[in-house]
Design a binder for this molecule. Structure first.
Ligand SMILES: *Cc1c(COP(=O)(O)O)cnc(C)c1O
Length: 381
């Protein structure tokens, strides 16, 4: 049985007329950059996220970058974030000449260990970027409290978490800014790159909007140096066409997660399943923890099951960040997660027999006697 990690063709087939019509409308209008389709999309995503402003941007990476630019973050500044994330989070900080300061993760949720944040705050700290990894929000109460105490800006990296909730509040609506990505593999994906900044602060929204278009306002008059961070009308139209389906897709992901939890539980396998602590986990990924991860991934691949490692190399040990002077071992939970975690297929179109097959393959692998000795928790530490 083939079980792809993601099945975008199946998703497209289920909504083809709506998506095709949205694209055709933009082509008919020949209005490709910003314009009414982008404005419509901005309003819809802001409303969905319980925010008063949405600014369409070129990607989730640029969303993070433009928020930091709007705060004037630059050389000499420090920004606190997690080392266990997609590169863009730390990259945005470093590109502006600021220093990413890492805080290790909570091994249960893979999100920032909030008990360690205060010890990393210095007089140079300007902002905190919590990442809502895999679709579950970080502990925002604690993060906002530290930020308030020290006068820091909070930029939520919600690239994997559109529609996720923490104590009933939507991702992107708690910090000063929220950043979404419409990369095709995200829960709400475009047909290319795209992203959105959301905020409840009118002044911050305006600054991001100006920076998105090279800092010009009015046209050809530049008070600020921005960039070309614009969202295309075609991408915006596709995102708007897909948005009405997002909640039903999220429910399907949650159903699939429950199914895996149950199947792994029944099988009694030494597999760590995701801990759900936030009020709405949207399961951009369903990530298990297991020793012998690489061998398991190879076994699954041999059986036609697509998986991925998010992420094999934590930020503090990336070659490009060698200048920060971190050593392997300095963020032990991130390093352990990088060795032990594996994302299984969780997309909305995943069927019950497919989920059963994935668990059967995992069981088959873990039952190999030669490998059984490596499964104990002690062996993995
Ligand atoms: C995908 C992602 C990004 C970047 O989004 P792009 O649209 O690909 O630039 C940033 N942070 C996290 C956590 C992501 O998963």
């Amino acid at each position: 049985m083939k079980v792809p990690l993601l099945d975008l063709k199946a998703q497209y087939a289920s909504i083809k007329p709506e998506v095709d019509a949205a694209i055709a409308e933009v082509l008919e209008s020949q209005y490709f950059i910003l314009g009414p389709k982008v404005e419509q999309c901005e309003k819809a995503i802001a409303a969905y996220s319980n925010c008063s402003h949405g600014i369409g941007v070129s990607s989730g990476s640029d969303a993070l970058l433009v928020c930091l630019m709007a705060e004037g973050v630059g050389p000499g500044d420090e920004v606190i974030t997690t080392p266990y994330t997609f590169f863009a989070t730390a990259g945005a900080i470093a590109r502006l000449g600021a220093t990413p300061v890492f805080v290790d993760i909570d091994p249960e949720t893979y999100n920032l260990d909030v008990s360690q944040i205060t010890s990393k705050v210095t007089t140079k700290t300007r902002a905190i970027i919590p990442v809502h990894l895999y679709g579950q929000m970080a502990e925002m109460d604690a993060i906002m409290q530290v930020a308030e105490e020290h006068g820091l800006v909070v930029i939520e990296d919600a690239a994997q978490a559109i529609g996720a909730e923490y104590k009933g509040r939507r991702a992107g609506s708690i910090g000063h800014y929220g950043c979404f990505s419409f990369f095709p593999s995200k829960n709400l994906g475009a047909a290319g790159d795209g992203g959105m900044v959301v905020t409840n602060d009118a002044q911050r929204a305006e600054k991001v909007r100006v920076l998105r278009g090279h800092g010009s306002k009015p046209k050809y008059y530049h008070k600020l140096v921005g960039g070309n961070f614009r969202l295309d009308a075609i991408q915006a139209a596709i995102v708007s066409a897909k948005l009405p389906h997002l909640d039903e897709w999220t429910s399907a992901r949650q159903r699939n997660a429950k199914r895996y939890d149950q199947l792994f539980g029944e099988a009694g396998l030494p597999v760590g399943i995701p801990a759900v602590v936030a009020s709405r986990h949207i399961f951009n990924q369903y990530v298990i923890r297991v020793s012998g991860r690489d061998e398991l991934q190879a076994h699954l691949q041999k059986n036609g099951v697509g998986t991925e490692v998010y992420y094999p190399v934590p930020m503090h040990v990336q070659e490009c960040f060698a200048y920060l002077g971190h050593k392997a071992g300095s963020y032990p939970e991130s390093e352990r997660a990088a060795k032990e975690t594996l994302a299984l297929p969780i997309h909305p179109e995943l069927t019950e027999p497919q989920a059963q097959f994935v668990v059967d393959c995992v069981r088959e692998f873990l039952a190999v006697p030669a490998l059984a000795g490596t499964q104990s928790k002690a062996a993995s530490e």
